[in-house]
Design a protein around this ligand. Structure first.
Ligand code: HEM
Ligand code: HEM
Length: 187
């Protein structure tokens, strides 16, 4: 009930509603943290330190799963869907790139969960994730590689997407970036 009314005033102004904006930036921050932490894992000595850093990655990954489920369900119910600013071919390109960001994000999250299962991991040495299909030892490196490739593709896509947003703001001087920044209190 409140959800639908929250989204409405922002819709009237052609900007994303505040919940969509919030979920977008939380996603961006968590993806950056996950990628950075993953790159650091191998710098830590084997045993408790490495398990701790990997555990932070897994727990943060699960938090992003929850944020993404919330975001997709919000978008498909009350969230404001703002049409692309440019028309024609560029508008199509914007739509496709947004769909690709959502798709790659979901794929990387699913591969991340599969990776933890294929490896059989420990969370802060408190809980253990059972190893899936131990009879197939090639599963672990294969899923790990796919998760890493997907994560790198997501980061590259997100960087291009961010550059496009900055191009709109500083070169084209339109409101594309602003509509993902504007935070208005709604009645
Ligand atoms: C968008 C979200 C994610 C990104 C960007 C990401 C990024 C990465 C990257 C780049 C690596 C490779 C590290 C390396 O070998 O150099 C990695 C490894 C890993 N990720 Fe993720 N990840 C994400 C989500 C998840 C999720 C949701 C889980 C599980 C719930 C997960 C579990 C793992 C595990 C277990 C490893 C192996 C760590 C190791 O080799 O020690 N990831 N991740
Ligand atoms: C991992 C990082 C990111 C992901 C996964 C991501 C994903 C997305 C997605 C899926 C949309 C479409 C929203 C929808 O219609 O539901 C979007 C919109 C947008 N994003 Fe990002 N984003 C990321 C980072 C960034 C960054 C760093 C910037 C700016 C510097 C940015 C600026 C924008 C803007 C301005 C829009 C609105 C575009 C429009 O209305 O046409 N994003 N983002």
């Amino acid at each position: 009930m409140t959800s639908a009314t929250q989204a409405q005033p922002a819709a009237a102004k052609g900007v994303y509603d505040s919940r969509s904006i919030h979920l977008h930036w939380v996603t961006a921050v968590i993806v950056a943290l996950l990628w950075g932490i993953a790159e650091l894992i191998d710098l830590f000595p084997r045993g408790a330190p490495k398990i701790a850093v990997r555990s932070v990655h897994i727990v943060l990954g699960l938090l992003l799963v929850a944020v993404t489920v919330r975001r997709l369900s919000w978008r498909s119910s009350s969230g404001r869907i703002v049409p692309p600013a440019p028309g024609g071919l560029w508008g199509h390109a914007a739509k496709i790139s947004h769909a690709a960001l959502y798709a790659v994000l979901v794929i990387v999250l699913l591969l991340g969960i599969s990776n933890a299962w294929a490896r059989g991991d420990s969370i802060f040495s408190l809980f253990s994730i059972p190893k899936l299909l131990p009879a197939f030892p090639s599963l672990k490196p294969a899923v790990g590689r796919l998760h890493k490739i997907g994560a790198n593709a997501l980061v590259i896509l997100a960087l291009l997407h961010a550059l496009a947003a900055l191009f709109h703001h500083y070169v084209l001087r339109d409101t594309v970036l602003q509509r993902m920044l504007v935070h208005r209190k709604t009645p």
